[in-house]
Design a protein around this ligand. Structure first.
Ligand code: NDP
Length: 381
């Protein structure tokens, strides 16, 4: 019910794809583009991604075509409560453990967790991940997907005796994944030249001021155009065109699916890109992936490169199960070890199957084999 007392109807989904390795696990997305097909492909990918982490989690995904943009705090709360009223009966810490995704952050998870607790009369922390630190969340979960993607790219670069230091880097998006990707890249000496949101992109040759960007995006819920206005002449805001036209050595698409096309890949290659790491889920079209592979660009597919988020969610489940809370350092160290493990598993599998350096093939086969072996052992699908 909106603030004018009108009933609004939205459609919600939860696709429980595979639970051979552990409870179904995957995020919830609130975005007007959400439909069954989106959730199914994300759940399919999630199953193999989760397997690749080496942790005991199955695969699923969910969401709704609800658009949180322009909604009041109370409208968002009421939607989250309604959504959980139905979803609640399908999930549980041993059954299915949703998390956040596009449009679902800590605020939304809080309203959903509150409603679940009210309905079940149980403080079942392990039913949702991505929770706030004061109510069962894990340190590093907010940073995990972005940090993890950067660790993965760092591992790929190392295979060619390269690193982030002094490299020009473009990140698309300016949401959770993008912001913490930029933060980790900057800490490793990389220079973030450009980022974007759905209204356009900004270019700042001297490097984007991350504290100001975080203030605008996280605290004021503003746009990258607002950042450009505050920053003045050193920044160019482009409402049209492609962020991928900006010359860079490393590209990290971190907004949404299909945002980097074959044409964009050709432009990046022409401009000398050496590594591409998918922070988002399937941001590069199949054409773009082919072009990167043909041109020997180091390419980290999302199901490997962005698995740090779900891996840290699994660490959150471990902490919840033991009613413990780990320090930032302990948790980040675990994340870093997991990302190195994923990288090595992909690289070794690619070698084993005669395609050295092909992380797409390595990730697909390694993820699939782990699920298939569990399904065979359990005798069920
Ligand atoms: P957020 O909602 O925090 O941010 C998404 C960002 O992408 C925003 O800047 C948004 O801009 C932009 N964006 C969304 N749709 C479009 C579009 N059609 N065109 C251009 N820009 C767009 O989401 P997250 O950062 O959490 O997620 C980003 C991606 O990473 C998704 O693909 C998600 O599935 C994936 N992912 C996220 C994980 C996580 O832990 N958060 C884990 C693994 C994968 P605007 O604000 O203008 O809409």
């Amino acid at each position: 019910v909106d603030d004018k007392n009108r009933v609004q109807i939205n459609r919600g989904f939860r696709v429980q794809f595979n639970s051979a390795l552990g409870p179904y696990k995957g995020g919830l997305r609130f975005h007007p583009s959400v439909m069954l097909g989106t959730i199914k492909f994300l759940g399919f990918e999630q199953t193999f991604k989760n397997a690749l982490t080496g942790m005991p989690i199955g695969g699923g995904k969910g969401g709704s075509d609800f658009d949180p943009k322009g909604r009041s705090e109370n409208e968002i709360m009421r939607f989250c409560q309604s959504f959980m009223t139905e979803l609640g009966r399908h999930i549980g810490e041993h059954t299915d453990v949703p998390a956040g995704d596009i449009g679902v952050g800590q605020r939304e998870l809080g309203y959903m967790f509150g409603q679940y607790k009210r309905m079940m009369n149980r403080y079942e922390s392990g039913v949702l991940t991505g929770k706030g630190l004061t109510w069962g969340g894990s340190r590093v979960r907010t940073e995990a997907t972005g940090y993890g993607a950067v660790y993965f790219v760092e591992c790929m670069l190392r295979t060619r005796n390269q690193n982030f230091d002094g490299k020009r880097v473009i990140v698309s998006g300016a949401g959770n994944v993008a912001i913490y990707t930029m933060q980790k890249v900057a800490s490793l000496g990389g220079r973030i030249i450009a980022c974007s949101d759905s209204e356009g992109y900004i270019v700042e040759e001297s490097g984007i001021d991350l504290e100001l960007l975080k203030e605008v995006k996280e605290r004021r819920r503003g746009r990258v155009s607002d950042y450009a206005k505050l920053r003045g002449a050193s920044v160019v805001f482009k409402p049209k065109g492609r962020v991928w036209d900006v010359p860079a050595e490393i590209a990290m698409p971190s907004a949404t699916q299909n945002e980097l096309t074959g044409q964009d890949a050709r432009t990046l290659v022409k401009n000398g890109v050496i590594a591409v790491g998918e922070g988002a889920n399937m941001p590069c079209t199949p054409d773009a992936v082919r072009i990167f592979l043909e041109n020997k660009v180091l390419f980290g597919p999302g199901k490997a490169a962005n698995a740090g988020g779900v891996a840290t969610s699994a660490l959150e489940m471990q902490q919840n199960a033991s009613r413990d809370s780990w320090s930032f350092e302990t948790t980040e160290k675990r994340l870093s070890e997991i990302m190195h493990g994923i990288h090595d598993r992909c690289a070794q599998t690619a070698d084993e199957y005669g395609a050295p350096g092909n992380y797409v093939l390595g990730a697909n086969i390694a993820g699939f084999m782990r699920v298939a072996e569990a399904v065979r052992a359990l005798g069920v699908i």
